[in-house]
Design a protein around this ligand. Structure first.
Ligand SMILES: [Fe+2]
Length: 390
């Protein structure tokens, strides 16, 4: 058979080629060893598999699943005390402050100094306050990223996502704070991975990949000797690469050994990693990333929590480029959990003449709104930069 997608995008820099014709049993063994239990094949380039579901049928099933995942009753933490536009400046300042705090923490680790947990705590509280005012503001900011500060932005984003996710599950304030702290610090061990490996643009050799995976153990050791951290925050670091079927790392833990917060962290970590633009690959659109989470929930991620996560971000999450009726397109700046097809959109593009238009914000849930959501678009494919409009 011809493998067209190895189904392992959650491994950001693995050393495996993702497509090609299978030439030997050894290759199959290798794929199995990677923990891959299902993959995509191209039936035009190789043999078919009668038991497999065709990709377009699978896409349809996923689209139906996504559309059916709206929340029926009010869930926790909708967070719209002020409009997303009003919250933007404050959220920006707090996002930047959290990034700077983490930058300081990473420098401290490099210089063998102890971590300023109080500063991380204060940042987490500040982020949670912004989430309470309007969580969409930070969600927008988490999609504006620069390729060269991945570690800082990814870490803060995982903290924000855990905050948004935890709020939707109505977790207690003290737990939310520990979750966000854990998110900000989850990849702290990466600072001890040699730069040549951490920033290598191409494929990693197997010894390099082994070193890369050690970032979790390094992180665990750093956090173990850090006073003032909760077990919950530590467990976010320890568990974020473990997978329910035991194929994760570094411990290869079993389902029963991975707590709920570790499972939540795995979902937030994967979602942010695959939506990010990196030096060596372009990020996935948010709705595509949600579909990937559904696929991976069969073996790797906690299915119920994946569905909760999608309900929480909505099937049309913040940061999605969407096609509207009347030939207009725009980016979602506020999701709608109750009615995913009715988000707040900043329109800036005319799809008829492929030109930018004067930006305007519309709430599709407004009774007088004359636009309908037609579907999602791939900003990268169309060559559109959505960042200025977030
Ligand atoms: Fe990690």
């Amino acid at each position: 058979m011809y493998v067209s997608d190895l189904h392992n995008h959650w491994v950001p820099k693995n050393n495996a080629t993702r497509s090609g014709k299978i030439g030997s049993q050894a290759t199959i063994d290798k794929i199995k060893k990677l923990g891959i239990q299902e993959l995509f094949i191209d039936t035009e380039k190789g043999l078919d598999c009668p038991e497999g579901l065709p990709a377009d049928e699978q896409k349809q099933v996923q689209a139906q699943q996504l559309d059916s995942l709206q929340v029926q009753s009010d869930v926790g933490g909708v967070g719209k005390r002020v409009s997303v536009i009003e919250e933007h400046d404050r959220a920006s300042r707090r996002y930047l402050a959290a990034r700077n705090v983490l930058d300081g923490v990473l420098n401290d680790v490099k210089n063998h100094q102890s971590i300023d947990v109080v500063a991380v705590e204060a940042s987490s509280e500040a982020l949670l306050e912004s989430l309470e005012s309007n969580e969409n503001a930070l969600a927008c900011l988490s999609h504006i990223r620069s390729k060269d500060s991945y570690l800082l932005e990814h870490s803060v984003n995982v903290g924000i996502l855990l905050g948004i996710f935890g709020r939707s599950l109505r977790l207690e304030d003290s737990i939310l704070k520990e979750l966000v702290i854990g998110g900000i610090l989850h990849d702290i061990g990466k600072i001890l991975v040699p730069d040549a490996i951490l920033h290598k643009p191409g494929k990693l050799e197997s010894n390099e990949w082994e070193e890369m995976k050690r970032h979790v153990t390094y992180g665990e050791k750093i956090l173990d000797v850090t006073a003032g951290l909760s077990d919950l925050s530590r467990s976010i670091c320890r568990l974020h690469h473990e997978r329910l079927d035991g194929t994760g790392y570094p411990h290869g833990l079993k389902e029963s050994e991975i707590n709920r917060f570790g499972r939540m962290a795995a979902i937030c970590d994967v979602y942010d990693a695959i939506t990010a633009d990196r030096v060596y690959h372009e990020g996935m659109a948010p709705d595509m990333a949600l579909r990937k989470l559904i696929e991976w929930s069969i073996f790797h991620l906690d299915k119920n929590l994946v569905y909760d996560f999608i309900r929480c971000l909505s099937a049309y999450p913040v940061g999605s480029l969407v096609q509207l009726s009347r030939n207009r397109a725009g980016v979602i700046i506020q999701a709608n959990r109750r009615s995913p097809r009715h988000p707040v959109v900043r329109i800036f593009y005319s799809s008829t003449n492929r030109l930018q238009v004067e930006p305007v914000v519309v709430d599709l849930a407004d009774k007088g709104c004359t636009y309908d959501l037609v579907g999602t678009l791939d900003a990268r494919q169309l060559g559109i930069d959505i960042k200025p409009f977030l």
